[in-house]
Write a protein that binds this ligand. Structure first.
Ligand code: WT7
Length: 646
């Protein structure tokens, strides 16, 4: 039987959800027609120390470039995520924590307990001299302390910069230095899929390359052995014993920074994406509420890591601002076996599961058995994020995981956007496998051609956002000009997403993938320039060019072309050495999947590498390389094709 291409809103969802099709149209229409009053009304979702009277104040034009939301408002993000729920929901569970080891007991924290933990953590930070505006780097595994640390920073107005625990000491050092962070919070070790990750040892290595670092605060997680450096390293427990159990929440300006999160771009080092307090928090809360139709009491599980924006917005800030019960999982979805993720759903009666297509594809490989072996009757909604979802994975998620009963919420967004931008609302939007469907209230997407001409109706081109929204990033830390240049110069007056998209005749958006030199590996962004610079840092490498290639689980894999220094010989051993080298320089997610030794790279006469050709070869599409006559040395192409790594 042919599979349908359209999955209409189930009638019970249309009846029950907070937003149905008519109210979505009204909401979105009003958000664009009358943004001032719309956003001041939405701002009531938060608890303000001083309620704002102005909504958006922004211009994307070079002469007057600025972005502000609710600038006269004052609030504290942690108080919004904790304190305001104490009156009525202090005994409701805020966080459920599921450990890596299935046999170990899960832990849970009520809002009252979360308040105590976060206050204690905040007082520890204060005792170490952390003050409002200071940058604090958080390099922790997925343990409850990661949530406490983030919220503790927010509570005292320190700017957190969470670095994913899978990043190398080198990558960590770069991120500590870039924002001049004096304190790193880490743990002895992390655990994932039964393996230990030597986080503290990584920090020790990073510290040697990060002179700004003064203090390392160490949480005891596994009890694994670490070396403590006198005068620099401090056990969390030792300080925590002496601090008070209450800590006032610092009133912050809505435009005061909340956090920095580093992400890869098409050029240069990773950028420190800066989000501010009021607009970001409102965006995380509103999108969590609308896209997932969140009802208090439901268990919400975003199976991401806190090291990525998805974890920031949908494990912590969005759900907690809405008084939700959020599940935090330490381990991997398919460890110790392919059923684990579904067992966790059953164990904690999860209502909403939010994960990435790459995880689904990995799970699909084990067939339907491990899914069918579990109950999953608690599930009512399924979400996806990180990369375009292929229709096969969508249908498997919908039909097998959700037994055909759960709408699939495919959320398109970016680290820069703070939260979901294009996504269906379960009671309002008919679903199409592979389409992120319709814009959230306040989002004004456009499709433009290469010249910036706005295309109307059904069209394909580059995706831009024509106006500001509260969750928009405000700057690149330390480099405001780079912020402007990266996002607002390709199509002047508009935010350029870096993605291509198609809009169909129903006005539904289909994201086609990055149109810049960024590759999406397992839903994580990798800049080709970063991998290239790691490769050329190896003493035997003269030059490197990196492109994406199709990969059936990761979505995209990393394909590297490497030119060696004169006299060096490429072989299996060096190939492995270079792959390990990149892994060590950046982290496991950056490890090239394929590495080809190339005596020469295809360059124009002005010396620019023609990536288009390299991409085609990596994709195996060697029949349509296009015009190669403008190359300085057209002959290199034949060698590249002949030595393609399958
Ligand atoms: C890039 C942003 C959003 C948090 C996780 C990744 C791609 C993200 C989707 C989706 C198609 C998607 C885009 C985007 N992307 N979600 N639902 N459908 N593509 O955040 O690391 O900032 O990456 O991920 O290419 O630009 P990120």
């Amino acid at each position: 039987m042919a599979q349908p291409d359209l999955y209409p809103v189930p009638p019970e969802w249309a009846a029950r959800a907070k937003v149905d099709a008519a109210s979505y149209a009204q909401l979105h229409g009003r958000s664009l027609a009358d943004p001032g009053s719309f956003w001041l009304e939405q701002a009531r979702r938060l608890d303000w120390v001083k309620r704002p009277e102005i909504a958006g104040d922004w211009s994307f034009d070079e002469k007057d470039f600025h972005i502000q939301w609710f600038a006269d408002g004052k609030l504290n993000a942690a108080a919004n995520c904790i304190d305001r729920h104490l009156k009525e929901r202090s005994d409701a569970v805020a966080i459920i924590w599921e450990p890596d080891e299935p046999g170990e007991e899960a832990r849970s924290f009520t809002y009252r307990e979360l308040h105590a933990e976060v206050c204690r953590f905040a007082n520890v930070l204060k005792a170490l001299g952390v003050a409002k505006g200071d940058r604090v780097t958080i390099y922790l595994p997925m343990i409850p302390e990661a949530a406490f640390a983030v919220l503790a920073c927010a509570r005292i107005g320190a700017i957190h910069s969470v670095v994913f625990g899978g990043f190398s000491p080198e990558a960590l050092a770069g991120r500590i230095e870039d924002c001049d962070s004096k304190l790193v919070i880490t743990a002895d070790e992390g655990r994932r899929g039964g393996k230990r990750i030597a986080l503290k040892a990584n920090v020790d290595e990073a510290a040697a390359r990060a002179p700004s670092l003064e203090t390392v605060l160490v949480v005891r997680a596994t009890g694994g052995e670490v070396t403590m450096s006198e005068g620099r390293d401090i056990w969390f427990d030792a300080v925590a014993q002496g601090v008070a159990a209450d800590c006032p929440a610092e009133p912050m300006g809505a435009e005061d920074p909340l956090f920095i999160l580093y992400t890869s771009g098409s050029t240069g080092k990773p950028k420190g994406v800066l989000h501010t307090t009021g607009g970001y928090l409102l965006w995380a809360a509103m999108t969590h509420d609308l896209a997932f139709d969140y009802v208090q009491g439901d268990v919400f599980w975003c199976a991401a890591d806190i090291g990525w924006v998805t974890g920031h917005s949908y494990i912590l800030y969005g759900p907690l601002a809405n008084g939700a019960t959020t599940l935090m999982y330490e381990g991997l979805p398919n460890w110790p076996d392919a059923s684990r993720i579904w067992q966790i759903v059953d164990k904690h009666k999860v209502h909403t599961l939010f994960t990435a297509p790459t995880a689904l594809r990995a799970l699909m490989k084990d067939g339907d058995g491990p899914v069918r072996a579990t109950d999953r009757s608690s599930l009512k909604l399924l979400g996806t994020v990180g990369e375009p979802i292929n229709p096969e994975a969508w249908r498997w998620y919908h039909g097998v995981v959700g037994e055909g009963l759960c709408p699939i919420i495919d959320t398109w967004w970016q680290t820069e956007t703070g939260g979901a931008m294009i996504a269906p609302l379960p009671g309002a939007t008919d679903l199409k496998p592979g389409s992120a469907t319709k814009p959230m209230p306040g989002v004004d997407p456009q499709i433009v051609d290469a010249e910036g001409q706005v295309l109307s109706g059904a069209a394909e081109g580059n995706l831009v956002i024509a106006r500001s929204w509260p969750g928009q990033m405000r700057t690149v830390w330390g480099d405001h000009d780079r912020f402007f240049q990266t996002y607002f110069t390709t199509y002047p007056g508009k935010y350029f997403t870096g993605d291509g998209a198609r809009r169909d005749g129903d006005g539904d958006y289909w994201i086609t993938g990055r149109v810049d030199d960024v590759i999406n590996v397992s839903g994580h962004r990798m800049g080709t320039a970063e991998v290239e610079s790691a490769l050329v840092a190896h003493p035997k490498v003269a030059e490197a060019a990196v492109v994406g290639m199709p990969h059936d689980v990761k979505g995209q894999g990393i394909y590297a072309y490497v030119t060696l220094n004169a006299g060096e010989e490429g072989g299996e051993a060096l190939r492995d050495e270079l792959r390990q080298w990149v892994r060590k320089e950046i982290g496991p997610i950056a490890t090239p999947d394929a590495l080809q030794f190339a005596p020469g790279l295809p360059k124009t006469r002005s010396g620019k590498i023609m990536r288009r050709i390299l991409r085609k070869i990596a994709e195996g599409d060697v029949g349509s390389l296009g015009d190669t006559s403008t190359l300085a040395e057209p002959a290199v192409v034949g060698d590249l094709v002949a030595n393609r790594v399958a």
